[in-house]
Design a protein around this ligand. Structure first.
Ligand SMILES: [Mn+2]
Length: 308
C-alpha cells in the first residue's frame, strides 16, 4: 500500500493532485482496532481534499484501546494526515461518537486546530441546513443489531450446518426440535427493522431541529434517501464498506464508495509510474530496433502529462 510517512514533505505536494471538495464527511474509522482500514483511509485522504472535513464520530475506538491497544503506524499516519490538512488551512470539525465519547467532555474546545462539537449544523453551498451528528443517542440496542447483522452473513450458513448436530444433542437430552438458523434469521430480520427505525428517528430529530437534512454515522450502513421530507445521509464506515460523503462546490452531496472510485485513480498513477521507463524506451528504441518505430509519441506525451 501507499506509504505516507514522509519527513521531507513530498506528500504535501502530492495532495494537490487529488480532488478538491467543499466538504468531506467521514465516520466510524475505528482507529485502534484491527478491523480499521487505515490504508484505505490514508489513500482516500491523499486523493481527496476539502475546505472543511467533518469527522462524524467513532474515529478513535477508545473502547478497544482501553482493552489493549492496537495501534500500528498507519493509524498514527491517519491522525498526522488530518493534522497536516489543518496546517494547510482545512477546517476540521470532530463530532465524538460513542466509541470516542470521552471527547464529548471537550465540546466547544479545539485541539491542534480540530474543533470538537457535540453536533453541528452544516450550511451547504446552496444554503441548505444539514444537521451533522454521530447518532448513537438514537439507538438502544445497536450493538446487538450489529452483531446479528454480522451473523446474517456467513454465520447463518454455519448455523444451518449446526442445526443437525445441535438437535441430535437436544433429542438425546429429551428436548424438541429447535432451529438455530431460523432463530438467527428472525433476529437478523429485526436487525434490519432496527436500521429502519434508527434512520426514521434520526430524520425526525432533524425535522424537529428545522434542518433540511441530516448526516450521521454509527450504524455502519451508508445511505442517502428521503425520510419524512428530510434527506437522511449516513457516512457508512471504514471497517467494512469504506464510504464517505462529499459536498461539491455547488452544494451537491453524494456518497463515495471508495473501493469503487479508488480504481479510477489507480490507472493514472500506474501510467505515471511507468512514465520514465516509457520515455527511456522511446529514446532507446530506434537504436535497438534498428529503424523500427519507437513507442507511439502520443503515448509518451500522455505519460508526461499525467506525471504525479
Ligand atoms: Mn457509534
Amino acid at each position: 500500500m501507499l506509504s505516507v510517512y514522509d519527513p521531507h514533505g513530498h506528500q504535501e505536494d502530492r495532495d494537490r493532485d487529488g480532488r478538491s471538495f467543499r466538504t468531506l464527511f467521514i465516520s466510524d474509522t475505528h482507529l485502534g482496532t484491527r478491523s480499521c482500514q487505515a490504508d484505505a483511509i490514508l489513500e482516500f485522504l491523499r486523493l481527496n481534499d476539502a475546505e472543511t472535513i467533518y469527522l462524524v464520530g467513532d474515529i478513535i475506538d477508545f473502547w478497544r484501546v482501553k482493552r489493549g491497544p492496537v495501534w500500528p503506524q498507519s493509524h498514527n499516519d491517519v491522525l498526522q494526515k488530518l493534522l497536516r490538512k489543518v496546517r494547510k488551512g482545512a477546517r476540521i470539525i470532530f463530532i465524538p461518537g460513542n466509541h470516542d465519547e470521552a471527547l464529548r467532555d471537550y465540546c466547544g474546545m479545539s485541539f491542534g486546530g480540530i474543533e470538537i462539537h457535540h453536533d453541528f449544523v452544516h450550511q451547504t453551498a446552496d444554503g441548505r441546513r444539514i444537521l451533522v451528528m454521530h447518532g448513537d443517542e438514537f439507538d438502544i440496542v445497536v450493538r446487538y443489531a450489529k452483531w446479528l447483522a454480522f451473523l446474517g452473513d456467513r454465520s447463518y450458513e454455519i448455523a444451518l450446518w449446526c442445526n443437525n448436530p445441535l438437535n441430535w444433542v437436544r433429542r438425546r437430552l429429551g428436548f424438541g426440535y429447535w432451529s438455530l438458523s431460523a432463530y438467527l434469521k428472525q433476529r437478523v430480520k429485526s436487525a434490519v427493522n432496527f436500521i429502519g427505525e434508527f434512520e426514521t428517528a434520526i430524520a425526525d430529530e432533524a425535522k424537529r431541529r428545522e434542518a433540511d437534512g441530516v448526516i450521521c454515522g454509527h450504524i455502519h450502513h451508508a445511505a442517502d434517501r428521503m425520510i419524512h421530507g428530510i434527506r437522511y445521509i449516513n457516512c457508512g464506515d471504514w471497517v467494512e464498506s469504506c464510504t464517505a460523503l462529499a459536498e461539491d462546490h455547488d452544494g451537491q452531496i453524494r456518497l463515495i464508495r471508495w473501493h469503487e472510485e479508488a480504481a479510477k485513480y489507480a490507472a493514472p498513477a500506474m501510467i505515471a509510474a511507468a512514465a520514465p521507463i516509457a520515455l527511456i524506451e522511446a529514446e532507446a528504441a530506434p537504436l535497438e530496433a534498428d529503424g523500427a518505430l519507437p513507442l507511439p509519441p502520443l503515448e509518451a506525451e500522455h505519460a508526461v502529462e499525467t506525471r504525479v
